[in-house]
Design a protein around this ligand. Structure first.
Ligand code: AP5
Ligand code: MG
Length: 193
């Protein structure tokens, strides 16, 4: 099973990815978590990208694509993946497809977690993850989402493997809604789960 979660900062991508990974025994791959780990470990990637992450700007596509290639291919070969936070631009989606399609590891379903801005801001301020959960950076991350990621939703719109769920309900309700929608998709045989 190969899934994508798309949503604004605070929409619940990480929360839902973790539940889906546990339920379907697939790998949870979060671009943001991997990037933050590089920053903590002060790797060469970490040093290159720290300023972007702290400011809430997108890291250059080449860095993200290089970082994800191996884990995504490995996960696809051992049961599947749920990607959280990637792709988040049309260019990333196109580049990923070019790599994944010949290997037969491209995405089978994309879920848009839909949550209004007031709720996103409330959740992120309550969480206070670090430098990027300050009010000013949250506002900027939402702006980047509107400019760079909404076009990705438009690019995927109308594809039969893309659907939106109401992400304002409890994490358990959102999870069950996603699973119910996946069950209806011909690509998956999960009627017994
Ligand atoms: P990333 O780590 O992806 O952050 P984000 O998109 O800003 O989203 P968050 O992780 O803050 O939120 P989430 O949707 O995962 O929600 P969560 O489950 O945590 O990216 C960080 C940075 O890395 C970017 O700014 C960029 O610099 C860089 N980056 C990452 N990917 C990149 C890419 N592809 N290209 C370029 N740069 C990239 O939930 C949030 C909070 O809400 C939690 O406290 C949670 O408990 C709570 N919550 C979750 N669900 C619910 C619910 N249903 N009800 C109530 N509370 C809930
Ligand atoms: Mg996250």
């Amino acid at each position: 099973m190969r899934l994508l979660l798309i949503g604004a900062p605070g929409a619940g991508k990480g929360t839902q990815a973790e539940r889906l990974a546990g339920r379907f025994n697939i790998a949870h791959i979060s671009s943001g978590d991997l990037l933050r780990q590089h920053v903590r470990d002060q790797t060469s990637i970490g040093q290159t990208i720290k300023a972007y992450v702290d400011a809430g700007d997108l890291v250059p596509d080449s860095v993200v694509l290089d970082m994800l290639r191996k884990p995504v291919v490995a996960a696809a070969e051992s049961g599947g993946y749920v990607l959280d936070g990637f792709p988040r631009t049309v260019d990333q989606a196109k580049a990923a497809f070019e790599v994944a399609h010949p290997l037969g590891v491209e995405v089978q379903a994309a879920v848009h977690l839909d949550v209004p801005d007031e709720e996103l801001i409330r959740r992120l301020l309550a969480r206070g993850r670090g430098s990027d959960d300050s009010e000013a950076v949250i506002t900027h991350r939402l702006q980047v989402y509107r400019e760079k990621t909404i076009p990705l939703l438009e690019y995927y719109a109308g594809r039969e493997w893309m659907f939106a769920v109401d992400g304002t309900r409890s994490p358990g309700q959102v999870h069950e809604d996603i699973v119910a929608r996946l069950r209806k998709m011909a690509a998956f045989d999960i009627s017994q789960d």
